[in-house]
Design a protein around this ligand. Structure first.
Ligand code: MG
Ligand code: ZN
Length: 228
Protein backbone atom coordinates (compact mmCIF):
# COMPACT_ATOMS: atom_id res chain seq x y z
CA UNK A 1 0.00 0.00 0.00
CA UNK A 2 2.73 2.38 0.96
CA UNK A 3 4.50 1.78 -2.33
CA UNK A 4 1.32 2.65 -4.30
CA UNK A 5 0.98 5.92 -2.44
CA UNK A 6 4.53 6.93 -3.29
CA UNK A 7 3.86 6.15 -6.96
CA UNK A 8 0.81 8.40 -7.03
CA UNK A 9 2.75 11.31 -5.56
CA UNK A 10 5.56 10.82 -8.08
CA UNK A 11 3.11 10.66 -10.99
CA UNK A 12 1.48 13.88 -9.81
CA UNK A 13 4.87 15.63 -9.66
CA UNK A 14 5.79 14.30 -13.14
CA UNK A 15 2.52 15.66 -14.52
CA UNK A 16 3.23 18.99 -12.84
CA UNK A 17 6.72 19.15 -14.36
CA UNK A 18 5.31 18.57 -17.84
CA UNK A 19 2.91 21.51 -17.46
CA UNK A 20 5.68 23.62 -15.91
CA UNK A 21 7.80 23.01 -19.03
CA UNK A 22 4.89 24.13 -21.21
CA UNK A 23 4.54 27.30 -19.12
CA UNK A 24 8.25 27.94 -19.38
CA UNK A 25 8.13 27.54 -23.17
CA UNK A 26 5.29 30.08 -23.37
CA UNK A 27 7.19 32.53 -21.15
CA UNK A 28 10.35 32.06 -23.26
CA UNK A 29 8.42 32.70 -26.48
CA UNK A 30 7.10 35.93 -24.98
CA UNK A 31 10.61 36.89 -23.81
CA UNK A 32 9.55 37.02 -20.18
CA UNK A 33 11.86 36.01 -17.33
CA UNK A 34 10.03 34.41 -14.43
CA UNK A 35 10.84 34.50 -10.71
CA UNK A 36 9.07 32.16 -8.29
CA UNK A 37 9.06 34.08 -4.98
CA UNK A 38 8.51 31.92 -1.92
CA UNK A 39 8.59 32.16 1.86
CA UNK A 40 6.73 31.40 5.06
CA UNK A 41 3.66 33.58 5.70
CA UNK A 42 4.61 37.04 6.90
CA UNK A 43 8.28 36.92 5.88
CA UNK A 44 7.82 39.98 3.67
CA UNK A 45 7.39 38.83 0.05
CA UNK A 46 4.87 41.52 -0.82
CA UNK A 47 6.76 44.24 1.07
CA UNK A 48 9.99 43.39 -0.75
CA UNK A 49 8.15 43.45 -4.08
CA UNK A 50 6.54 46.79 -3.27
CA UNK A 51 10.02 48.21 -2.79
CA UNK A 52 11.23 47.35 -6.30
CA UNK A 53 8.42 46.30 -8.66
CA UNK A 54 7.78 49.78 -10.02
CA UNK A 55 11.43 50.45 -10.80
CA UNK A 56 13.73 47.69 -12.03
CA UNK A 57 16.17 49.31 -14.50
CA UNK A 58 15.70 47.97 -18.00
CA UNK A 59 12.83 45.64 -17.17
CA UNK A 60 9.08 46.08 -17.04
CA UNK A 61 7.79 44.03 -14.12
CA UNK A 62 4.48 42.21 -13.77
CA UNK A 63 3.25 40.26 -10.77
CA UNK A 64 1.17 37.12 -10.48
CA UNK A 65 -0.14 37.17 -6.94
CA UNK A 66 -0.93 33.79 -5.42
CA UNK A 67 -3.02 33.71 -2.26
CA UNK A 68 -5.43 31.26 -0.74
CA UNK A 69 -8.02 34.02 -0.51
CA UNK A 70 -8.42 37.75 -0.95
CA UNK A 71 -6.64 40.37 -3.02
CA UNK A 72 -5.08 42.63 -0.39
CA UNK A 73 -1.52 41.97 -1.56
CA UNK A 74 -2.49 42.43 -5.21
CA UNK A 75 -4.07 45.79 -4.38
CA UNK A 76 -0.90 46.95 -2.59
CA UNK A 77 1.12 46.17 -5.72
CA UNK A 78 -1.42 47.55 -8.19
CA UNK A 79 -1.12 50.87 -6.36
CA UNK A 80 2.42 51.06 -7.82
CA UNK A 81 0.92 50.92 -11.34
CA UNK A 82 2.47 47.53 -11.94
CA UNK A 83 0.31 45.01 -13.80
CA UNK A 84 -0.92 42.53 -11.19
CA UNK A 85 -2.91 39.38 -11.84
CA UNK A 86 -4.59 37.71 -8.89
CA UNK A 87 -4.64 33.94 -8.59
CA UNK A 88 -6.62 32.59 -5.64
CA UNK A 89 -6.27 28.92 -4.83
CA UNK A 90 -9.52 28.94 -2.81
CA UNK A 91 -12.46 28.87 -5.31
CA UNK A 92 -11.34 26.42 -7.97
CA UNK A 93 -8.31 24.70 -6.51
CA UNK A 94 -9.50 23.65 -3.03
CA UNK A 95 -7.57 26.30 -1.10
CA UNK A 96 -4.20 24.77 -1.87
CA UNK A 97 -1.29 25.97 0.21
CA UNK A 98 0.96 26.31 -2.85
CA UNK A 99 0.78 27.20 -6.52
CA UNK A 100 1.30 24.45 -9.07
CA UNK A 101 2.00 24.58 -12.78
CA UNK A 102 -1.63 24.01 -13.72
CA UNK A 103 -2.84 26.97 -11.64
CA UNK A 104 -0.25 29.24 -13.26
CA UNK A 105 -1.26 27.87 -16.67
CA UNK A 106 -4.87 28.84 -15.95
CA UNK A 107 -3.71 32.44 -15.46
CA UNK A 108 -1.59 32.70 -18.63
CA UNK A 109 -4.31 34.33 -20.73
CA UNK A 110 -4.81 36.98 -18.06
CA UNK A 111 -1.10 37.91 -17.95
CA UNK A 112 0.04 40.87 -20.09
CA UNK A 113 3.12 38.97 -21.32
CA UNK A 114 3.71 41.32 -24.26
CA UNK A 115 3.95 44.32 -21.91
CA UNK A 116 6.40 42.93 -19.37
CA UNK A 117 9.96 41.55 -19.30
CA UNK A 118 10.01 40.13 -15.81
CA UNK A 119 7.18 38.24 -14.12
CA UNK A 120 7.36 37.71 -10.38
CA UNK A 121 5.06 34.97 -9.16
CA UNK A 122 4.37 35.53 -5.46
CA UNK A 123 3.68 32.03 -4.21
CA UNK A 124 1.40 31.14 -1.30
CA UNK A 125 3.17 31.56 2.05
CA UNK A 126 4.45 28.11 2.99
CA UNK A 127 7.94 26.62 3.34
CA UNK A 128 7.04 23.06 2.40
CA UNK A 129 5.12 22.20 -0.77
CA UNK A 130 5.84 25.27 -2.95
CA UNK A 131 9.39 23.91 -3.18
CA UNK A 132 8.10 20.67 -4.76
CA UNK A 133 6.04 22.26 -7.51
CA UNK A 134 7.76 23.97 -10.41
CA UNK A 135 5.48 26.50 -12.04
CA UNK A 136 7.59 27.37 -15.11
CA UNK A 137 10.06 29.73 -13.43
CA UNK A 138 13.60 30.60 -14.50
CA UNK A 139 14.77 31.19 -10.94
CA UNK A 140 13.58 30.77 -7.39
CA UNK A 141 13.95 33.45 -4.77
CA UNK A 142 13.02 32.85 -1.18
CA UNK A 143 12.58 35.24 1.69
CA UNK A 144 13.64 34.15 5.17
CA UNK A 145 13.07 36.73 7.88
CA UNK A 146 15.25 36.92 10.95
CA UNK A 147 12.17 36.51 13.16
CA UNK A 148 11.83 32.91 11.95
CA UNK A 149 14.96 31.60 13.67
CA UNK A 150 18.30 30.43 12.34
CA UNK A 151 17.38 26.73 12.16
CA UNK A 152 15.02 27.06 9.19
CA UNK A 153 17.43 25.82 6.46
CA UNK A 154 17.86 22.59 8.42
CA UNK A 155 14.10 22.17 8.96
CA UNK A 156 13.05 22.99 5.39
CA UNK A 157 16.07 21.87 3.35
CA UNK A 158 14.26 21.40 0.02
CA UNK A 159 13.10 25.03 -0.03
CA UNK A 160 16.56 26.36 0.81
CA UNK A 161 18.36 23.91 -1.48
CA UNK A 162 16.32 24.66 -4.61
CA UNK A 163 16.42 28.46 -4.45
CA UNK A 164 18.82 30.70 -6.40
CA UNK A 165 18.73 33.62 -3.98
CA UNK A 166 17.85 33.98 -0.30
CA UNK A 167 16.66 37.38 0.87
CA UNK A 168 17.32 37.59 4.61
CA UNK A 169 14.65 40.12 5.56
CA UNK A 170 13.88 42.29 8.60
CA UNK A 171 17.56 42.77 9.46
CA UNK A 172 16.59 46.07 11.15
CA UNK A 173 15.22 43.88 13.97
CA UNK A 174 18.53 42.11 14.64
CA UNK A 175 19.47 44.27 17.68
CA UNK A 176 16.22 43.20 19.36
CA UNK A 177 16.50 39.47 18.74
CA UNK A 178 18.64 36.56 19.92
CA UNK A 179 18.89 35.50 16.26
CA UNK A 180 22.41 34.43 15.31
CA UNK A 181 22.91 35.58 11.71
CA UNK A 182 26.23 33.76 11.29
CA UNK A 183 24.59 30.57 12.49
CA UNK A 184 21.79 31.03 9.93
CA UNK A 185 24.28 31.58 7.08
CA UNK A 186 26.25 28.54 8.23
CA UNK A 187 23.06 26.44 8.20
CA UNK A 188 22.18 27.80 4.75
CA UNK A 189 25.59 26.72 3.44
CA UNK A 190 25.03 23.27 4.90
CA UNK A 191 22.02 22.68 2.63
CA UNK A 192 22.93 24.98 -0.30
CA UNK A 193 26.68 25.68 -0.31
CA UNK A 194 27.52 29.16 -1.56
CA UNK A 195 23.87 30.09 -2.12
CA UNK A 196 23.47 33.73 -3.09
CA UNK A 197 22.11 35.80 -0.25
CA UNK A 198 21.23 39.43 0.36
CA UNK A 199 20.61 41.01 3.74
CA UNK A 200 17.64 43.33 3.43
CA UNK A 201 15.00 45.27 5.27
CA UNK A 202 11.81 46.14 3.44
CA UNK A 203 11.05 48.51 6.32
CA UNK A 204 14.23 50.62 6.34
CA UNK A 205 15.32 50.05 2.74
CA UNK A 206 18.62 48.43 3.70
CA UNK A 207 19.85 46.16 0.91
CA UNK A 208 16.96 47.10 -1.38
CA UNK A 209 19.23 48.58 -4.06
CA UNK A 210 21.10 45.26 -4.24
CA UNK A 211 17.78 43.38 -4.57
CA UNK A 212 16.67 45.74 -7.34
CA UNK A 213 19.99 45.29 -9.14
CA UNK A 214 19.82 41.51 -8.78
CA UNK A 215 16.49 41.54 -10.63
CA UNK A 216 17.82 43.94 -13.28
CA UNK A 217 20.87 41.70 -13.89
CA UNK A 218 18.65 38.63 -14.09
CA UNK A 219 16.36 40.24 -16.66
CA UNK A 220 19.35 41.44 -18.72
CA UNK A 221 20.96 37.99 -18.66
CA UNK A 222 17.88 36.13 -19.77
CA UNK A 223 17.04 38.87 -22.26
CA UNK A 224 20.41 38.23 -23.94
CA UNK A 225 19.66 34.52 -24.03
CA UNK A 226 16.41 35.26 -25.86
CA UNK A 227 18.36 37.11 -28.57
CA UNK A 228 20.68 34.18 -29.27
MG1 MG B 1 2.11 38.52 0.27
ZN1 ZN C 1 0.66 22.98 -0.55
Amino acid sequence: MHRTKVRIVEDALDANDTIARANRADFDRAGVTVVNLMSAPGAGKTALLERVAGDVPGARVGVLEGDVQGSMDAERLAALHVPVTQLNTEPSFGGECHLDANMVRSALDALPLQEIDLLVIENVGNLVCPAEFKVGEDVRVMVSSVTEGEDKPLKYPLMFRTCDLVLVNKIDLLPHLDYDLDRFLYNLDQVNPGAQRLLVSARTGDGIEAWRQWLADLAARTGERALL
